[in-house]
Ligand binder design. Structure first.
Ligand code: FES
Length: 173
């Protein structure tokens, strides 16, 4: 199997390993009111906010667990479930919307059989809608992991997804 496109298999830490969280806590030590950035960094490290991570964060940073849960569940930017190996973010900011982002999302949904915010049963892909990511001149765009794909047409999507499945299709449109 061609693994060339799977550069991010291990991109998230295991929630049983609290070393990344300790580094994050160290970064914000002594800062009051840093709960949101703490959670953002924890999510960046683990891919989502696992209960073990939130419990440790609350204990070590001196927050009530209910406060941590309250913030994590209030803001839509936080995920409480593991995400797939590849995160597809489709921009639905104004420029991308006007340029056809809805059609891009529909095509992804048709190809993967999942809706916005869902993960494929094989844990390969998670799809999320995001607001403007600051690359409007390339609209409509989607970002897969750290790669930006711009000026998309629905017909491009199958080939891009195939690349991340490890099935080739590396040539850009
Ligand atoms: S609206 Fe999509 S990048 Fe700005």
């Amino acid at each position: 199997m061609n693994d060339a496109a799977c550069q991010c298999k291990q991109r998230f830490a295991d929630p049983d390993d609290l070393a990344p969280l300790e580094e994050i806590l160290e970064r914000y030590s002594g800062e009051r009111g840093a709960l949101i950035p703490l959670l953002q960094d924890a999510q960046e490290a683990y891919g989502y906010l696992d209960e073990r991570v939130m419990r440790a964060l609350a204990r070590e940073a001196g927050y009530q667990l209910s406060q941590v849960y309250g913030v994590a569940t209030f803001y839509t930017q936080f995920r409480l479930e593991p995400i797939g190996e590849h995160l597809i973010r489709v921009c639905h900011g104004t420029a991308c919307h006007v340029a056809g982002a809805e059609l891009i999302s529909e095509e992804i949904s048709n190809l993967l059989g999942i809706k916005d915010g869902q993960t494929t049963p094989d844990m390969k892909f998670t799809v999320e809608s995001v607001m403007c990511v600051g690359a409007c001149s390339l609209s409509p765009i989607m970002i897969v992991d750290d790669d930006t794909h711009g000026k998309l047409k629905p017909a491009n999507i199958r080939r891009i997804i195939k690349k991340y499945r490890g099935g080739g299709g590396e040539t850009e449109e």
